[in-house]
Write a protein that binds this ligand. Structure first.
Ligand code: PLP
Length: 439
């Protein structure tokens, strides 16, 4: 295989060696470590591009794992954040803007009556699960294989598909994502494969009366954009109603990106609780747990505890107010989805010319690319598929100035600033990367 014309990342390499002495793996988040000689450090981002400390520019389709929906350093949102800064930070008291932003969310998302703020997706989903448990008086819950709901213990259970595919039967064992998660907690977590209606019914029959909640990530943002079908989400709603289980739709990645009202609005399903984060403030840290009034009122003294020093921080809140206004009142979401559609069409032209079979999952605003006729619709199928071509191509793309996730788990995220020049540069690099991978 031909080696990609590596850009120089000497400064990043040197920074890595220095950082290693003070930061585990040389980074602030384990997912940012790309290997001892590939980890890069960002100087700045603008629009749909980032520049590393060596001065290399990249068209970026990771967008900080999704938040930069309008593009990096968006002047409208940054100006609002500066206004938030002038207010004074954080007070251990409430501000008027909390209601203004909550009103906007309730206007955009059908089924949202009440809103509570958090700082991150992890915190919001953790609060949602606690709320469901407090409201129902039950402890166990249902997760879908391949979903990611954050770093808290209850969310970090996954299907051991490698062992299962070798065994060739039954269900995969449930294992923790990480060391440090008490095994005792495993008995509370049930897992089902995405889009298997029969399994879902069977699981509710067995455990439905004990479960507080079912969590659905409607487009799996950490599993290539694998999506729940409308039928699956609607069946989940029906079963939750039947068994008194609360439906939590986790829209931390999809919310205010795929549609103004979230994926839930596309399926016409109203969850009891939903969570939002990334796209709501164009990168400023803020998240939301929201939902039906009767459930949300369980956040009270003597009910589900919730709070936090930095919740509804005035900078993030001001950024959210402006970002949500733009997403609600301008065609930003249609624009970025159109860019995604154009990018996919361009990629397909290149792949079709070479007779390379491929397919896409997810939505034009966040999509997964597969080198197979049909995109997988559950984690087991993806995990047992051959994604080596994609992974190799992704590395070449980085060297050619396009950043997508270095493996196929993370979808390509589009932003309003991915204009024609970004797309043109991407497709030139994509064609070269494909040919390099083919050699
Ligand atoms: N939920 C979903 C669906 C996510 O994709 C993520 C993060 O990627 C989270 C929760 C956790 O969010 P955070 O990284 O902000 O804690």
């Amino acid at each position: 295989m031909r080696a990609a014309p590596r850009r120089s990342i000497e400064k990043s390499n040197a920074q890595f060696q220095k950082a290693l002495k003070r930061l585990p793996l040389g980074v602030a988040s384990t997912f940012r470590y790309w290997g001892d000689d590939r980890t890069i450090y960002v100087d700045h981002g603008k629009g749909g591009r980032i520049w590393d400390i060596d001065g290399n520019g990249y068209v970026d389709y990771r967008l900080g794992y999704g938040p930069a929906i309008l593009g990096y350093a968006d002047e409208r949102v940054d100006a609002a954040a500066r206004r938030g800064m002038e207010v004074g930070g954080v007070f251990a008291l409430s501000t008027e803007r909390e209601l203004a932003v909550a009103d906007r969310i309730a206007k955009m998302v059908p089924g949202v009556d009440l809103v509570r703020y958090s700082n991150s997706g992890t915190e919001a989903v953790m609060a949602a699960l606690r709320l469901a448990r407090a409201h129902t008086g039950r402890d166990s819950y249902l997760l879908i294989e391949g979903a990611y709901h954050g770093l808290f213990d209850a969310a970090m259970w996954m299907a051991n598909v490698e062992e299962w595919s070798q065994r060739g039967g039954g269900d995969p064992e449930v294992v923790a994502y990480s060391k440090g998660i008490p095994q005792e907690l495993k008995t509370l977590a049930h897992l089902v494969p995405m889009n298997d209606l029969q399994r879902l019914e069977d699981t509710f029959k067995r455990h439905g009366n004990d479960m507080a909640a079912m969590l659905i990530e409607p487009i799996q943002g950490n599993c290539c954009g694998i999506s729940a079908s409308g039928d699956y989400v609607r069946l989940a709603r029906k079963l939750c109603d039947q068994y008194g289980v609360l439906l939590i739709i986790d829209e931390v990645k999809t919310g205010f990106r795929v549609a103004r009202g979230g994926v839930q609005s596309l399926h016409g399903v109203t969850p009891d609780i939903c969570t939002f984060a990334k796209a709501m403030a164009n990168g400023y840290p803020i998240a939301v747990v929201a939902g039906r009034e009767e459930v949300m009122r369980t956040f009270r003294y003597g009910g589900a505890a919730h709070g936090g020093t930095y919740t509804a921080h005035s900078v993030s809140l001001a950024a959210a107010e402006e970002c949500l206004r733009i997403l609600d009142e301008t065609p930003a979401l249609e624009t970025l989805a159109k860019y995604g559609e154009n990018l996919k069409a361009g990629m397909s032209r290149i792949l079709n010319r070479r007779g390379i079979v491929h397919s896409y999952a997810g939505h034009d605003s966040m999509f997964g690319l597969f080198f197979a006729e049909k995109a997988p619709d559950n984690y087991r199928d993806w995990k047992t598929s051959d994604y080596s071509f994609y992974d190799q191509m992704a590395y070449h793309l980085h060297d050619l100035g396009v950043i997508c996730e270095p493996d196929s788990r993370e979808p390509w995220f589009m932003c309003e600033a991915h204009d024609a020049s970004c797309l043109e540069d991407t497709l030139v690099a994509f064609e070269t990367a494909v040919d390099m991978t083919l050699e």
